[in-house]
Design a protein around this ligand. Structure first.
Ligand code: BTN
Length: 264
């Protein structure tokens, strides 16, 4: 990995220490180890290749050398800002930082599939994996892991059929400098991080949600558990679904998957 090029791109961003690797198992694991050793807030781990990258729900996430971005940020929010009830705001922070970068920096119409997949024209270009560590009911740290597919290499082993993986190059026809993309995403992340508990953070995340007002189905363990129209987000980042009865129910980030209901 050409560490200098990455360092140059990131030098003006108000991050903690930065660690670059040619190859790791998972950047989340490296970040977790650093966090356990006391690494400070906004420590960054970037890898050119991951050989045991993890996705949500036990899936694998492949990052072949040079194909995309694979990085993790150690977050240690101020005491009380994040608690068990609103942890999903960190998922939102990851997705929002990537989606805003794509929209504002590259004019790519990115949207967020709740809670944190970034889609472009219905195809997934980015995934987010948050792993949190607690001391009692106090958040000790959260590892925010982000994978962005940049080059047209199959990065995901498997994905729900409705959201096939795609790369930024494929969906936009543009070419990308990986360190520049990373710098832009981190700039957004550093700017939004202090606003994590705010109303404007929630409304910005909500404003980027795909399928708003459309009927979706929620799945848990492969089984449909609810169907309704996306009404927005609750203060805790939960998805609010308006059922056919008109009743609104909230669903927390967890193992839930979301699919658009096919009315054709
Ligand atoms: C998903 O969509 O299922 C989440 C994918 C998260 C992938 C990123 S790549 C960097 C970090 N390290 C990992 O092992 N996973 C996350």
């Amino acid at each position: 990995m050409n560490e200098e090029a990455w360092e140059r791109a990131l030098q003006r961003i108000d991050l903690g220490p930065r660690f670059y690797y040619d190859r790791v198992g998972s950047t989340n694991d490296v970040a977790q180890k650093l966090a356990a050793e006391g690494a400070p807030d906004l420590t960054l781990v970037v890898a050119d290749e991951q050989v045991r990258g993890r996705g949500r729900q036990g899936r694998s996430w492949f990052t072949p050398p040079g194909a995309g971005l694979a990085f993790s940020v150690i977050l240690r929010p101020e005491s009380g800002v994040i608690h068990g009830g609103n942890l999903s705001r960190i998922n939102g922070l990851g997705a929002l930082s990537v989606a805003k970068t794509l929209q504002d920096g590259y004019s790519i119409p990115a949207e967020i599939k709740w809670p944190n997949d970034v889609l472009v024209e219905g195809r997934k270009v980015c995934g987010v994996l948050v792993e949190s560590h607690w001391k009692g009911d106090r958040l000790s740290n959260a590892i925010l892991g982000i994978g962005v597919n940049i080059k047209p290499t199959p990065v995901l082993e498997e994905e729900e059929l409705q959201y096939p993986a795609a790369s930024l190059q494929q969906v936009s026809g543009q070419t990308f400098q990986r360190p520049v993309v990373l710098a832009r995403v981190l700039q957004e992340l550093v700017a939004w991080y202090p606003k994590l508990p705010s109303e404007v953070f929630l409304s910005t995340w909500e404003g980027m949600l795909t399928f708003r007002g459309q009927s979706v189905q929620l799945f848990l363990g492969g089984k449909s558990i609810a169907e309704g129209k996306i009404a927005g987000l609750g203060p805790d980042g939960a998805l609010r679904l308006e059922k056919r009865s008109g009743k609104v129910e909230s669903f927390q980030v967890g193992e839930i998957q979301l699919r658009l209901v096919d009315r054709s």
